[in-house]
Each structure stands twice: as structure tokens, then as C-alpha cells.
Design a protein around this ligand. Structure first.
Ligand code: ARG
Ligand code: ZN
Length: 876
């Protein structure tokens, strides 16, 4: 392959020709599908006459080509690796092409491919060019009419976007269905599904009275696993009407579950295609977390119907326009229908672990990148999650009402158009009257800003001076950073009263919980009329995606943990307190000194465990120690073994000191009533299971017995899986092996449960994790061409910090071997899988060398653009 070239945002030009209407006919065949396309094209008004027509096309065998019905001679067009070029076309014309493609050889899962016995598509971002010659870019929007022809016996169901308008029998046992999608759309939203599928149907009446048929299509054996997705869909539809005033715009909305899928799901117009892991649930096979993930993803894809489909992106640099906004929308939805504080805690702890690491590594990029080699590499935590944090800041800056007016303006002004991030922010500025120019820097500047804060209380003047200093570290290609507009929500908690004090700033009274605006590199805020000394509670609710440093003492943190009125910061104070204790223990471990537990942490946990709380879900979060990955994020240089040992020590110390308290919590939260994925039950289960983790960490008789009993009771997958994980991660193989065996046999027929079985065993801290991975790669349920399996086995192992980072380098080698194989089979998944190796700079020299050696070994291969881009950045 030739050296891939970067594409730049600054090179954007409108397309020379637009497609107004697209007619497609598919004659499905596993190895030789025929695709006939008739494109109605016209010259773009801003472009000159006489420009050549350039169409994207990859891995297509052209069978015929004609303009306005006239076949073209071989010298009238030119075929390249990337597509097709025709000089001298009229201002308005139709183009007919017929191509042949081979779905069964398509292991990249982009374009039209086979999954089991079915045919399905994934076109975002640039998969449509593997289906037919087309201007494969989001600013070309056309109506589509699609006829799908297939074998009636093996493919009884033939689906595409929009509404079915005609169907019938054909000779040779074939049949067809024609679909019409009246809404102009970019080709990345095209979808086709054909197979032996069954459906569950429901109805929804929209706010204006449109009667919509809802269908979820699955393979027969999964018919019992759609209830939760259907209920989630209806909740999401109602929520979008009530919250954003957006209603559905077709008579039919379909979801299809497929087993082979690179990502979570795809928002194709009227025909969402889902990774089966993101849609199927059953109490016996899916955990609470999976139920909540399904609810969130169903909502996410549904919300795209407006934020993404009706109003789409001008070019792929604007990807966060639809993804950041839609993630923000799905997060708000999940917060509304579940525990809002827990949703925020979960999102932020994930964000601070994974997005911060991305932002600090060699693949760091702005929320709106200005260049890329392969757009498939930019479906990242930065584009999605940091993009959502930016939208959240906007909502908080302008207030919900102005935000809603801005969103109404955006949807009405740009309906049916492909637009930019500026267009979105301009609507917010217009609706609120606020100046958002400096705020726009959030989109173009990569890296995580750090705020160093310190404060001083002056008794004599009854004043608190808070000094905030911001800086954003250099990232690749961006050595110098400008000051951002950072909203800092805060309270000052009185040390005597334990209450939020009234805030007066520059003579203005701001209430007890306010947002201050950091716009300069350094700013001082003087709060006056404070009768008592405060402890500041800063960046409440994670009011901006930044690292906030404040020299809190452990007493300060214990105080905030007990008194902060902001639930999120109360949790965060606990995390900070635990991190301080962990720091000492990590140092002790490295220096070979005896580890001593900080009693302030034990006391804080005792208070938590024994105080009455009505919010069990938040309590469960508060009792959860920072993950090894998050602890690693805080360390200047990551010492995986010291981190693991320190965390384990804290866990066991707490378990020993508070054994009775944990036991009481466990017993008080057992529940034998039928499983429901409802907030109260979920909260009690999390609390119970957190307690069980502590009890099991010391592996005493009672903890072990409880875990075994919970495993054997088979009450629901949340409890079973948690117990199985504890048994498998214990030091005793006589606990792990029989449980794994029983579980593996019981669920051998269920691929989604087998994924969990794979992950659990390869994430165990025991030394044999790597050998297990190798062994399981030959298991009949494993397959390198199925992304879920790769994630469950290889991806999960790469998160196993002590074992992936083995000092003999075998963990790195195993990952590189898989990347090299997947580079050919599925470049998108291969590129993603490299991520842990790209973080080599965070480790000691020995590991650095080992990791770089594996990256070099990958680099020596004939690389896909996807893997090439990541490896080059990692070694730059
Ligand atoms: N737009 C999809 C979503 O809702 C993601 C699709 C990305 N697909 C891909 N192959 N990169 O998030
Ligand atoms: Zn999305």
C-alpha cells in the first residue's frame, strides 16, 4: 500500500456535483452481489461548468456505466484505487452504474457484509464507497429509493431505509422489496439488512398524533431479549418530545440486532443497526450495567434522528457536531430516567480515566481535528465524550432555557442541511445573547487544561481569596496553548456550620452555589462577608473537563466527604482522600517499607457504612476505590505492580477493619424478588456487591461462602457475574476453576454471555492470565473476525494492568500479534486495539523499550491507513 495522505479541514470545498435522488437495486449473493445505481446529479451552483465528476469507490468491480442512458466507452472514464472520474459531464444528468461486490469476503465490516446468515451494512463514515460509486461525503444529501432482491427461502426479510412501497415474487425462488426514504440523507445513513429474522412490534403515537410502528428484528433465538430495548425506545421517543420538542418523522422505525459489528450501533435513517451486545438483554444473561448501556445506546441512536440525520455534518471534521451533542442528549436522558448523580459519577470517572489518557498521549486531537489520515480512527472519547462535556458547558453557560431556544433555532434553521460546529454554537450565542468566541477554543485546542487553585481566608476582613491559574499542556502539533473560558461551579463550605456560605463577589450576591468564569491565565476571586473559614468545593458536578488541583488536607477532604451539598463533589472528596492514602502506600511499596493504612480513610468509610442514607446508589459509588487505571493516571510514572499492591492493601485493610459493617450492608441489601432493571433494585444490588467485593478480598470463610452462594443461586446475571468475577479473581484456583467451568458449560450456546466469560478470566490478576488468553483463542466460541470476541478476550486482557504489562513483554507481544493479523482482516478494530501500546511513555524504561519494539514490529508490516496513522503517531 502507498503511504496514506492526510486530509485537511482547510481544504474543504463544496462538492462539484450534487445527487438529488438515488435509485439502487441490490441482487444479493454472498460472493457476487450486483448493485445497480442510478444517480440524478446536478452541478453545484457554486462550482464552475466543465469540472470533472469524481466518485468514490473501493473494491468494486465495474460491470457497466452510462450517462443519460448512453453507455460510456472505456476512454470516457477513468478508474483508480479510490474511485471513478468522468470528464465533460452536463450540468444535470443521470448516471447508471452496475458493480459487483463480495459481501462474504468483507471482514472489515464496512459496506455490505455477511454476519452469520444475514446481509447487513455499515456505511459511516466511508463504507458506502464499498457498495457503489458515489460522492461519499456527508454534504451530499439525496432521497433514496432502494430495491432489495434476494432468495426468498434464506432471506425472507429484506429491509432498507424509509417505508416499504412495493414487494413481490420473482423467478427462481427470489423475491424483492422496494423501500423509499423521502428524507434527503447523506449516504453514510444508508442501510440494508436481509436475512431470516423475526420481529417484535409495538406502536408509538407522536405528540402531533403520528402513529409509528416500532420493530426490533432479531434472530429467532433472541426473540425473548428485546423487551428492554423496546421500552427504552419508547421512553426515548417521549423524552425527546418533552425535552427538545423533537418528534419522529416516518411511519416506521426499525432496529436490527447483528452479531458482527465494529461499534455499538448506527443511526441509519429509519433502520438503526445494532451490535447485538447493545440491544439484547435478559435478566439471566445481562447485567444491570448492560441494561443501562442498552437503554443509553437505544436512546443515543434514536436521538440522532434529529441531531445527526435531519441536521447532519458538512464534513467529517465536524463529527462532534452530531456525536458530542447526541452523547450529551443521551447522558441527560439516562440521568432523567435513572439516578442522576450516579450517572454523572460513572460518566466522569470513565472520562477522567480514559479521555484524559487519550488527551495526554500521542493520538491527542482537538474535538474538531484539523487533519486526519483515516476518519475511522476519530470515533474517539475526545470527539464523543469531550464533545459532550463542551455541550454540557454550553448548556450551563447559557442556561437551559436559552439552550433549548438555541437548539430549536439550530434544528429549524438547518433542517435538511449539512452544517458546521460554528453553525451550532452561533445558534446558542444568538439565543442567549452571549459572546462565545473564546469558548470556541474548546473545539480547536487539544489537551486537558489543568487548574492550580489555592485560597486563603482572612479572618480580620472576613474574606476568602481564591486564585485560579490555568494551563494546557502541549499536545502533538500544538506546542502553545491559549487560555480557555472555563466555567467553575463552586461553593464555599463553612468549617463551623458545614453549610454552603452565601457568596458575595465584587459586591454582587451569587447565592450559595455559583459559577465563576476563568478566562485569563490567572485570576483572583475575592469572596466577601464570610463569617467563617470555608473549605472550597470546586468544579462541582465536574463543571468543566479539566484537572483541578487544590492543596486539600486529608481533614479538608474528610470534611467535604461529610458535608458537601454537591453529591458529585462529596464522592470526589472521597476519591481524593483515597488517592492521597494510595500515594503513600505506592511509595511504601516501591521503597520496600511496611505499608500502614491511613485511619482517616477507615473512619470515613465507617461513617459512610453506618450512616443512614436513602441514596444507596451513590453510597455504592462512594465505597468504590478509584480504579487501578485512574490511580495510574495520577502518577508521574506508572508502576503497575505498586498500584495493584497498594489498592489491594487498602481494600483488605478496610475489609478487616469494617468486616461486620460490610456484612451488615450485604445482608440488608439482599433481595429475592423477581429481577427488574429499576433504579431501586439496581442501587441495592450495587451496594450489596460492593460489600461482597470487600468481604471476598480477604478470602475468609464467610466471604467465600457468600460469593459461592450468590453464584449458585443464579438469581440474575448481575449477581452471578459479580460473584463469578470475585471467585475467578481470588487467589484460589479451587474457587475459580469449578465456577468458570460450570458457567462456561451452561452458557456455551449464548455468544453474549460467553463474551463475559472470556473477559472475566483474562482480567484476573493471577499470573496465568496471559496463558489463559492464548488457550482461549482456540476456544470454539472465539473468533478473530468477530469484534465482540476480540474486545472480550484481547481488549479485556490489555486492560489487565499487572498482566498485560508483564516484565517479560509477552503481553505486549500477544497484542501486537493480534494487531498484525487484524490489520488485514479488520483495520478499524486493529487500530483501536493498539491504544494501550501508544501509552508507552507513561511507563518505566524497560517497559517503554518493550512496547516500542512491538510498535516497530507492527510498523514493519504492510499497513492499512488506520493502523499506519496510529503507529506513526505513537512512534513520532
Ligand atoms: N454514528 C455511530 C454512533 O452512533 C457510530 C458509527 C461509527 N462507525 C464506524 N465504523 N466508525 O455513534
Ligand atoms: Zn452517535
Amino acid at each position: 500500500m502507498s503511504k496514506p495522505q492526510a486530509i485537511h479541514l482547510s481544504d474543504y470545498r463544496p462538492p462539484a456535483y450534487r445527487v438529488t435522488h438515488t435509485e439502487l437495486t441490490f441482487e444479493l449473493d454472498p460472493s457476487a452481489t450486483r448493485v445497480k445505481a442510478r444517480l440524478h446529479l446536478e452541478r453545484h451552483p457554486e462550482r464552475e461548468a466543465g469540472e470533472a465528476l469524481e466518485l468514490d469507490g473501493e473494491q468494486l468491480t465495474l460491470k457497466s456505466i452510462a450517462i443519460d442512458g448512453q453507455a460510456l466507452g472505456e476512454d470516457e472514464y477513468r478508474l483508480t484505487e479510490q474511485g471513478l472520474r468522468i470528464e465533460n459531464v452536463p450540468a444535470s444528468f443521470s448516471l447508471d452504474t452496475e458493480v459487483e461486490i463480495s459481501p462474504e469476503e468483507n471482514t472489515a465490516l464496512e459496506g455490505l457484509y455477511r454476519s452469520g446468515g444475514m446481509f447487513c451494512t455499515q456505511c459511516e463514515a466511508e463504507g458506502f464507497r464499498r457498495i457503489t460509486f458515489y460522492p461519499d461525503r456527508p454534504d451530499v444529501m439525496a432521497t433514496f429509493s432502494t430495491t432489495v432482491v434476494g432468495d426468498a427461502a434464506s432471506l425472507p426479510v429484506l429491509l432498507s431505509n424509509g417505508n416499504p412501497v412495493e414487494r413481490g415474487e420473482l423467478p427462481n425462488g427470489r423475491h424483492f422489496v422496494t423501500w423509499e426514504d423521502p428524507h434527503p440523507k447523506p449516504c453514510y445513513l444508508f442501510a440494508l439488512v436481509a436475512g431470516d429474522l423475526k420481529q417484535v412490534e409495538d406502536r408509538f403515537t407522536t405528540m402531533s398524533g403520528r402513529d409509528v410502528t416500532l420493530q426490533i428484528w432479531v434472530e429467532k433465538e433472541n426473540l425473548g431479549k428485546t423487551d428492554h430495548a423496546m421500552a427504552s425506545l419508547k421512553r426515548a421517543m417521549r423524552w425527546d418530545e418533552e425535552t427538545y420538542g423533537r418528534e419522529y418523522d416516518l411511519d416506521l422505525f426499525m432496529i436490527v440486532a447483528v452479531n458482527d459489528f465494529n461499534m455499538g450501533a448506527m443511526e441509519n435513517k429509519g433502520l438503526n443497526i445494532f451490535n447485538s451486545a447493545a440491544v439484547l438483554t435478559h435478566p439471566d444473561t445481562a447485567t444491570d450495567a448492560a441494561f443501562q448501556r442498552v437503554e443509553g445506546i437505544v436512546a443515543h441512536e434514536y436521538f440522532h434522528n434529529w441531531s445527526g440525520n435531519r441536521v447532519t455534518c458538512r464534513d467529517w471534521f465536524q463529527l462532534s457536531l452530531k456525536e458530542g451533542f447526541t452523547v450529551f442528549r443521551d447522558q441527560s436522558f439516562s440521568a432523567d430516567v435513572n439516578s442522576a448523580p450516579v450517572k454523572r459519577i460513572e460518566d466522569v470517572s470513565f472520562f477522567r480515566t480514559a479521555q484524559f489518557a487519550e488527551d495526554a498521549g500521542p493520538t491527542a486531537h482537538p474535538v474538531r481535528p484539523d487533519h486526519y489520515i483515516e476518519i475511522g480512527n476519530f470515533y474517539t472519547l475526545t470527539i464523543y465524550e469531550k464533545g459532550a462535556e463542551i455541550v454540557r458547558m454550553l448548556r450551563n453557560l447559557v442556561g437551559w432555557e436559552a439552550f433549548r431556544r438555541g437548539s430549536d433555532l439550530y434544528f429549524s434553521r438547518f433542517d435538511g442541511q449539512a452544517v458546521t460546529i460554528e453553525d451550532f454554537v452561533a445558534c446558542m450565542a444568538e439565543a442567549s445573547g452571549q459572546d462565545l468566541d473564546q469558548f470556541m477554543l474548546w473545539y480547536s485546542q487539544a489537551g486537558t487544561p489543568e487548574i492550580d487553585a489555592h485560597g486563603e481566608y482572612d479572618y480580620a476582613r472576613a474574606e476568602y481569596r481564591l486564585i485560579l491559574r490555568q494551563r494546557t499542556p502541549a499536545t502533538p502539533g500544538q506546542p502553545d496553548k491559549q487560555a480557555l473560558h472555563i466555567p467553575v461551579r463552586l461553593g464555599l463550605v463553612g468549617t463551623k456550620s458545614g453549610r454552603d456560605l452565601a457568596l458575595t463577589l465584587d459586591g454582587e450576591s451569587l447565592g450559595r452555589d455559583a459559577v465563576i468564569h476563568l478566562r485569563e491565565e490567572e485570576q483572583e476571586f475575592v469572596f466577601t462577608d464570610l463569617a467563617e473559614a470555608p473549605v472550597p468545593s470546586l468544579a462541582r458536578g465536574f463543571s468543566a473537563p479539566v484537572k483541578l488541583n487544590f492543596p486539600y488536607s486529608r481533614e479538608d477532604l474528610a470534611f467535604l466527604l461529610a458535608n458537601d451539598s454537591d453529591g458529585f463533589n462529596r464522592w470526589d472528596a472521597g476519591q481524593r482522600l483515597a488517592l492521597l492514602a494510595l500515594d503513600d502506600l505506592i511509595a511504601a511499596h516501591r521503597n520496600g517499607v511496611e505499608k500502614v493504612m491511613d485511619n482517616r480513610v477507615v473512619d470515613a468509610f465507617r461513617t459512610l457504612l453506618t450512616s443512614d442514607t436513602d441514596d444507596k446508589a451513590v453510597l455504592a459509588e462512594m465505597l468504590t476505590l478509584p480504579s487501578e487505571a485512574y490511580i495510574a493516571e495520577q502518577q508521574p510514572l506508572v508502576d503497575v505492580d505498586a498500584i495493584h499492591a497498594a489498592r489491594q492493601f487498602v481494600k483488605q485493610s478496610l475489609a478487616r477493619s469494617l468486616r461486620d459493617e460490610f456484612l451488615a450492608v450485604y445482608q440488608a441489601n439482599r433481595d429475592d424478588s423477581p429481577y427488574a432493571p429499576e433504579p431501586d433494585q439496581i442501587a441495592a444490588r450495587s451496594l450489596k456487591n460492593v460489600a461482597l467485593s470487600y468481604l471476598m478480598s480477604i478470602e475468609d470463610e464467610e466471604g467465600v461462602a457468600l460469593a459461592q452462594r450468590q453464584f449458585e443461586a443464579e438469581h440474575n446475571m448481575t449477581d452471578v457475574r459479580h460473584a463469578l468475577t470475585l471467585l475467578t479473581h481470588s487467589s484460589r484456583d479451587d474457587l475459580a476453576d469449578p465456577a468458570l467451568k460450570a458457567f462456561g458449560q451452561k452458557w456455551a450456546h449464548d455468544p453474549l454471555v460467553m463474551d463475559q466469560w472470556f473477559s472475566i478470566q483474562v482480567s484476573r490478576p493471577q499470573e496465568d492470565a496471559l496463558e489463559r488468553v492464548k488457550f482461549l483463542m482456540d476456544h470454539p466460541a472465539f473468533s478473530l473476525t468477530n469484534p465482540n470476541k476480540v474486545r472480550a478476550l484481547i481488549g479485556a486482557f490489555a486492560q489487565n494492568r499487572v498482566n498485560f504489562h508483564r516484565l517479560d513483554g509477552e503481553g505486549y507481544k500477544l497484542l501486537a500479534d493480534v494487531v498484525i493479523k487484524l490489520n488485514r482482516l479488520n483495520p478499524e478494530i486493529a487500530a483501536r486495539l493498539i491504544t494501550p501500546l501508544t501509552r508507552w511513555a507513561r511507563y518505566d524504561e524497560t517497559r517503554q523499550e518493550l512496547m516500542k519494539a512491538e510498535l516497530e514490529r507492527i510498523r514493519a508490516e504492510d499497513l492499512s491507513p488506520n493502523v499506519y496513522e496510529v503507529v506513526e503517531k505513537a512512534l513520532a
